[in-house]
Every structure is written in structure tokens, then in C-alpha cells.
Design a protein around this ligand. Structure first.
Ligand code: N0T
Length: 528
């Protein structure tokens, strides 16, 4: 056989979002990557703040930092670009062995153009704002004006050029064009320019995607017409910017969403209308083919709502990615739900020591204690992050965060086996057993903080880990079975499994109790 020498151009492979059989992986350095992220506060994007950011990234055991780059920062004067901050950020990220997600704060940052340069946000004539249904001019730029789109696109392309030229090893793994796009207190732009487009025909691509017959927006979409029109308009706008950036450097790009009520129809006047909320995901998919994922920013604490949101955004045609979630303890357990829904990444918002906190959305203060609420999970997961990402992409995985009240639940593991997850147990006995009635309750059970992960390794073999949860395997069909082998081990720094010991006796008699220690088990089931 011929031994062909590998070519010597050691170009690192480009990060990429891939999909196979409806499952997704974020490929980094050519292999599935699990992003254990943090997002820095909005105004953390200056050299003066970085010494307050990196220690928080370290304390979290995060592998990725999401951080803004503001349009006003790179193009303070039209046509004159300054990438000194990004240059420093790239160097420091490499020194800190941390990947980056760049957040492009430009035309829209939570509906407004606050991060656009003054030459944009103070020039109403050239860059018109929208007019809502009541005839009020709002502080949100309209997506219907070419000048705004061209200006934003030009700056974004410069940004991507800088990344391409200065990041050959792909420290930057994803880019988020804009931030929580859409408009508050307006369903769409009602300016004469917008109205004219609205009164025209629905574009063919959208008709096809939504399986609709031709007509005007009102005729085709009825009561949803205003919001669908706005979602389409913003989607096309963002898509053109993303596509131009990808021409330069095709990094994965996603759009983050300020959410609406996950269960009920909510008046779009009361949320960020036009953004990729669950009711317009198909509109966005058709409008923005250059966008790899539509991603929920989660600021709801109830597990019912969070789980519903994960179902809505984790689809065969949409990789689940949570680029923002609240920073207090009640949110930390959702890492397990996100991974259970084959999520590719997770990032609590506002994690740095710059002194800001967004309570009541998140924690009252961001300090070592607040960070530790998440770090316990990242410490557990980071040595196995690559392995988990591979199993999630190629195999079958499950995961649950503790629900309110520590409600137990049983997970079906594909037909033959199931596993019951219970909380608040001591390692010995069962809190449901009458003879345990006098035992004390487990401490620190007010805020749910537990969770469990399960991955199938072979038909009768599972990898499990988690935090403060008991896992009890069962036979779905009532077969006579036993847990025949429970191996505790860990992943070394190359991601190789290392055997530590077998669990047996007390360690297995009352289910498999995962505590606050980082424990990973390989469990074999057998019938007799
Ligand atoms: C987020 C963050 C930052 C249930 C808020 C959340 C970030 C942006 N917006 O700190 O501004 O840049 O993406 C909006 C949440 C709306 C309130 C939901 C109440």
C-alpha cells in the first residue's frame, strides 16, 4: 500500500455545525465539541475589563467565552475601522485556552441601535426608525432601508476579514449577528415604505416553505400577517449580513431570541416582535438559510417552561444551543435538560467580575459563590465534554434537571430499559421507606440544583453522571434483571476512560447515588 505523507499546510479545520439523521454537532478542530460557555456582561468589551472577565471564565471551568464586539467600537467614524480590542481579545483567549463566540451588536441590540455608532443612530434620515401601528416613532431601526443594511453589512464584513486574517487556529468558533432582534411596542414597521411592501405579494420562497397559496401578507397569513412579515423582513436582513460575512469566513452563525410565552399565544406588541420566537421559527428558517441555528435566551425559571422551550428549539432542522440563560442557582440544573435535548452548548449570562448583575433576571451579585453554582457542573462535565458531544451526535443520550419540589421521574431508555431519577435521597435506604421516616431531610434542597445524564454505550450498557441524584435502573418489560457491573472511572486529559474501581454492595443496593463529587459510572445491565 501507498503511504501518503500528510500535506504540511497545518490549517486548523474550520468550526462547523453538522447535521446527520436529525442530530447536530458543533465541530471544533474537526471533532464534536460541547460548549460549556459563559457570556460576559454587555459592556465588558473593553481592554480595561478583561482582567475582570478571565478570572470568572476560569472559576467557571468554561471552555468558551461569548463576548460582544460593538459596531460603535470598530467603526466610530464611518469607513475607519479599529480592531485593537478584538486583537487583544484573540491573544488573551489563546493565552487562556478559551474559545470565543463573537456577538455582533449592531443594528439591533435588544430591539434598539444603542451599539451602533453615533453617525448611524443619530441620523434618522439616512437610517430610519420604525413607526408602530399607533403612528409612534420607536427607537428601533427599520429593516426596510437599504442604507442601514449596507452600512451594517460593510462593518460586519470588515469584522469577519479581521477574524480571518488574525485567527488562523479558529479561536472564534461561532458568531452571533445582532442580538435579540425585533421590536418592542411595535409589531412591525408601518411607515409608508414598509406598508408598500406589506401590501405586496408574499415572496415565493416563504410561500413554498409554509405551503401556502400566493396572495398579500394579509390574505396569506391573516391575523399573523404583521408579525410574520416582520420576522421575514428582519430574517432576510440578518441573512444578507450573515451571508456576506460567511463569504469571507464561513463560521457557524446563530441568531438569539428574546422569548415569548412558551405555551400560550402572546400579543407580539409585548415581546420582541420579528425575532425568532417559537411561533415564527419556520418563517425564520425560510428567511435566513445562512443562519445555522435559532437559539433561545432563557430567563424563565420554571422547569415546565424551560423544557417546553428546549423542545421548541431543538429540532431536526435546528441545533439546540442556549447562548444565554439566567445566572442564578435555579438555572444551573438546566445544563442537564439542555444536554438531554442534544444541546450543543450552554452559557449563563453576565458571568464576570465587572460589578454588574441583571437581577431579577439573574443573580443579585456575581461573585465566587454565584459562579460556583454553575462551576460544580462544568467541573464535572469538562473532562468528558468531547466524549459527551460525540455520544450525543452519534448515539443516544438523555438528561434531566431536577424539577421543582424534587419530583421524581422515569426516563425510557429506548424500550427495554428505563431509569428512575429521584432526588433528596440519602445514599443508604429510601426516603419513601417507612423505616427511614425518622431520618433527617437532605440539606440545601430549597432551590432545585440536581440533575442526571445518561448515554447509551451499547444495548445494555450506559454511561451515567450527574449531581445530587439517585438513578435506579429498571426493566421496561418486567424482565428479571440485575445491574451486573458498575464501573467508576474518569476521563483523563486526552479524553480516555480510566478505570478507578467497581461499585458494589452499599454503593449499588439503593440505586446509584450521584453526589456533589464528580462521579462517572459505566453501568451494565443483564437478565438472569
Ligand atoms: C438579554 C440580557 C442582556 C421574563 C438581559 C434579556 C443580553 C440580552 N436580554 O440582561 O441584555 O444582551 O440578550 C431580555 C429578557 C426579557 C425579560 C423576560 C422576562
Amino acid at each position: 500500500s501507498l503511504a501518503v505523507a500528510a500535506p504540511s499546510f497545518a490549517q486548523a479545520p474550520l468550526p462547523k455545525l453538522v447535521t446527520k439523521d436529525g442530530k447536530h454537532a458543533l465541530m471544533v478542530d474537526g471533532k464534536p465539541f460541547l460548549m460549556l460557555g459563559v457570556q460576559a456582561n454587555n459592556a465588558a468589551n473593553y481592554p480595561s475589563q478583561m482582567p475582570k472577565v478571565w478570572p470568572a471564565v476560569k472559576a467557571m471551568h468554561a471552555n468558551t467565552l461569548e463576548i460582544p464586539i460593538a459596531w460603535e467600537q470598530i467603526e466610530p467614524v464611518e469607513g475607519k475601522f479599529d480592531f485593537s480590542y478584538l486583537d487583544l481579545l484573540l491573544k488573551q483567549a489563546r493565552e487562556n485556552d478559551t474559545k470565543l463566540v463573537i456577538l455582533w451588536f449592531a443594528t439591533w441590540k435588544n430591539n434598539g441601535p444603542q451599539y451602533a455608532p453615533e453617525w448611524v443612530k443619530l441620523d434618522d434620515k439616512r437610517f430610519p426608525r420604525l413607526i408602530n401601528g399607533k403612528g409612534e416613532v420607536k427607537n428601533s431601526l427599520s429593516p426596510h432601508f437599504r442604507a442601514t443594511l449596507e452600512a451594517d453589512k460593510k462593518a460586519f464584513v470588515e469584522l469577519m476579514r479581521f477574524i480571518k486574517a488574525n485567527d488562523p487556529d479558529h479561536t472564534v468558533i461561532m458568531v452571533q449577528p445582532e442580538n435579540e432582534v425585533g421590536a418592542y411596542s411595535a409589531i412591525r414597521d408601518f411607515s409608508p415604505t414598509a406598508q408598500k411592501i406589506f401590501d405586496g405579494p408574499v415572496p415565493k420562497d416563504l410561500l413554498k416553505a409554509m405551503n401556502k397559496k400566493p396572495g398579500t401578507w394579509k390574505q396569506v397569513f391573516g391575523k399573523d400577517a404583521d408579525e410574520f412579515f416582520y420576522a421575514w423582513s428582519i430574517g432576510r436582513y440578518v441573512d444578507e449580513i450573515a451571508a456576506a460575512g460567511k463569504q469571507v469566513l464561513p463560521l457557524p452563525m446563530y441568531v438569539n431570541a428574546a422569548l415569548r410565552d412558551p405555551f400560550n399565544d402572546q400579543d407580539p406588541f409585548t415581546y420582541s416582535s420579528g425575532g425568532p420566537t417559537w411561533n415564527v421559527l419556520d418563517v425564520w428558517k425560510a428567511a435566513a438559510p445562512s443562519i445555522d441555528a435559532l437559539a433561545p435566551d432563557i430567563y424563565m425559571r420554571e422547569s415546565e417552561k424551560v423544557r417546553k422551550t428546549l423542545e421548541q428549539y431543538g429540532r431536526p432542522d435546528n441545533a439546540l444551543f442556549v447562548p444565554e440563560i439566567g445566572s442564578d442557582k435555579a438555572y444551573a440544573r438546566y445544563i442537564y435538560d439542555v444536554l438531554g435535548h442534544q444541546g450543543i452548548g450552554f452559557a449563563p449570562f453576565g458571568i464576570d467580575y465587572t460589578g454588574y448583575s441583571n437581577y431579577p433576571l439573574g443573580a443579585k451579585t456575581i461573585d465566587a459563590k454565584a459562579i460556583e453554582n454553575f462551576a460544580v457542573h462544568y467541573r464535572l462535565l469538562s473532562p468528558m465534554a468531547r466524549e459527551w458531544a460525540r455520544l450525543s451526535y452519534e448515539g443516544k443520550v438523555w438528561g434531566v434537571g431536577e424539577q421543582e419540589g424534587g419530583k421524581p421521574e422515569t426516563i425510557d431508555l429506548g424500550g427495554r430499559w428505563n431509569v428512575r431519577v429521584t432526588y433528596g435521597e440519602w445514599q443508604f435506604g429510601s426516603i419513601e421507606a417507612p423505616w427511614m421516616a425518622k431520618a433527617e431531610k437532605q440539606p440545601d434542597r430549597e432551590i432545585p440544583d440536581a440533575g442526571a445524564l445518561i448515554a447509551q454505550l451499547s444495548p445494555n450498557e450506559f454511561l451515567i453522571t450527574g449531581y445530587r441524584a439517585r438513578l435506579t435502573f429498571g426493566s421496561a418489560k418486567g424482565e428479571r434483571f440485575m445491574v451486573s457491573r458498575v464501573e467508576e472511572g474518569h476521563f483523563d486529559d486526552k479524553g480516555q476512560w480510566v478505570f478507578d474501581r467497581l461499585w458494589n454492595g452499599d454503593q449499588v443496593d439503593y440505586g446509584l447515588n450521584l453526589t456533589t463529587l464528580p462521579q462517572i459510572l459505566k453501568v451494565k445491565l443483564a437478565t438472569y
